[in-house]
Structure formats: structure tokens, C-alpha cells
Design a protein around this ligand. Structure first.
Ligand SMILES: O=P(O)(O)OP(=O)(O)OP(=O)(O)OC[C@H]1O[C@@H](n2cnc3c(O)ncnc32)[C@H](O)[C@@H]1O
Ligand SMILES: [Mg+2]
Length: 209
């Protein structure tokens, strides 16, 4: 994983001011804006700045988050926060994992991606565990190349058919551990309090503010 083997460095604090949300996913941008709301910074999205969507060539969530944050910080001259995330299905050896967005194809159709997950799971005989988890890596980069990263996780089970339309991506098929509603059915504020993104955010907030 990126970050391993590096010398520990002093955590850099984030000062009030503009921050680029280095994501082209409107669902994520919405969640990140809500999570940042209490901290007095002015988020501006990669889309609003017309920043290009970089190719995600990393082999880990952290490496891809770093790559996206560093490119946005470099091009904008502002601190930039990127999120690389995905759903890992235990019985599929962790797939789709870092390829979660790519399973939805060029049209970013998550009906197709969820169906592909379900087809692969239901082809396994005997029926395997339906355990899955979401991972969220957040990277915060500055224009001078300094970068901090944080990783969060939430465990759950996959349901079929998908339920609810309040989230994005794989949310309608993900039932968090101990819950009765999928992330697609749940009130967004509840997801923001318990998700992989919330977990990573708690670590980020504790470190940088
Ligand atoms: O790279 P950016 O521009 O941020 O947007 P993206 O959609 O390509 O994002 P990723 O590369 O991190 O791909 C992760 C995919 O995993 C899915 N995913 C991530 N977090 C999720 C969440 O909270 N709920 C449901 N699906 C999620 C979602 O469909 C994303 O498209
Ligand atoms: Mg992406």
C-alpha cells in the first residue's frame, strides 16, 4: 500500500479557505460537502474547476486517492481532497474492489455493476457467504506535494434485489452490519454517521483540524 515504508511525517493542519473536492462523482461530492460542512472551509468541486478526470493507475485505494488529490492540487494551486473507494465482496476475493467504478462500464450504470456482482455470487456452488465491505481512502494533498491519507471501512451483507434509491453506486444492495435498511433506503444523515467515508473522515478531522 502507498504510504508503507515512508518515514512518519508531521501532520499538516488545514487552514480555513478553499478546498478542492477532487472527485467527478456527484454522489461522493454531495456526501463530502455534508461531512465538511461543520469545519468552515469552502469546498469547490473538480467539476466546477473543469479539472480533468485522471486515469486511476494505482493498485490500492490509497494510491489512487493520492494520485487524484495530487493532480487536483497541482492543477488548481489549492489543497485538494480525493476519495478512492469501493465495495469488496469476500466470496469474490475482494472484487470489485478498486475496480468498483469500472464494473459499471463507460455509462457508469450501477444497475449493471450490481447485477454483475449478483451473477458472480449466485454462480458459486454451494452458495457462499454474502459478506462484503466498503473501503474509503481519503487523500489530502497540497500544491507543494505534501499529502496525508486516511482509510475507513464498514462491514455488511449483500441483499438481492437492490433496495432504495437514496444513495449512489452499490448502496441499494449493501446492508450494513446490524442494520435493517440498505444504504439506498437509509436517511443520508444516518449513512454519513456510520459509513466507510464517515470512518475515514473521523480520522481526517482528528488529524488535520
Ligand atoms: O474517482 P472519482 O472521480 O472520485 O469518482 P468515481 O465514481 O470514479 O470513484 P472511484 O474511482 O473511487 O470508484 C469507486 C466506486 O465505488 C462505488 N462506491 C464508493 N463509495 C460508495 C458508497 O458510499 N456507496 C455506494 N457505492 C460506492 C461507487 O460506485 C464509485 O463509483
Ligand atoms: Mg474514479
Amino acid at each position: 500500500m502507498s504510504g508503507e515504508g515512508k518515514e512518519p511525517q508531521a501532520i499538516r493542519k488545514l487552514r480555513p479557505g478553499k478546498l478542492v473536492i477532487a472527485s467527478h462523482n456527484q454522489g461522493k461530492v454531495r456526501e463530502i460537502r455534508a461531512l465538511l460542512a461543520p469545519y468552515g472551509i469552502e469546498p469547490v468541486s473538480a467539476g466546477e474547476l473543469d479539472l480533468p478526470e485522471p486515469e486511476e493507475t494505482g493498485t490500492t485505494f490509497v494510491a489512487n486517492a493520492e494520485l487524484k488529490a495530487m493532480q487536483a492540487a497541482d492543477l488548481s494551486g489549492l489543497p485538494a481532497l480525493a476519495d478512492d473507494s469501493g465495495m469488496c465482496v469476500e466470496a469474490l476475493g475482494g472484487d470489485p474492489g478498486i475496480f468498483s467504478a469500472r464494473w459499471a462500464g463507460p455509462t457508469k450504470d450501477f444497475t449493471i455493476a450490481m447485477q454483475a456482482v449478483e451473477d458472480k455470487l449466485s454462480a458459486i456452488d454451494p452458495a457462499p457467504t454474502r459478506a462484503a465491505h466498503f473501503v474509503c481512502a481519503l487523500a489530502l494533498a497540497w500544491p507543494d506535494g505534501h499529502v496525508e491519507w486516511f482509510e475507513g471501512r464498514v462491514d455488511g451483507t449483500l441483499v438481492w434485489p437492490p433496495r432504495g434509491d437514496r444513495g449512489f453506486g452499490y448502496d441499494p444492495m449493501f446492508l450494513p452490519e446490524g442494520g435493517t435498511q440498505t444504504y439506498g433506503e437509509m436517511d443520508p444523515s444516518e449513512k454519513h454517521a456510520t459509513s466507510h467515508r464517515a470512518d475515514a473522515f473521523k480520522q481526517l478531522v482528528a488529524a488535520i483540524f
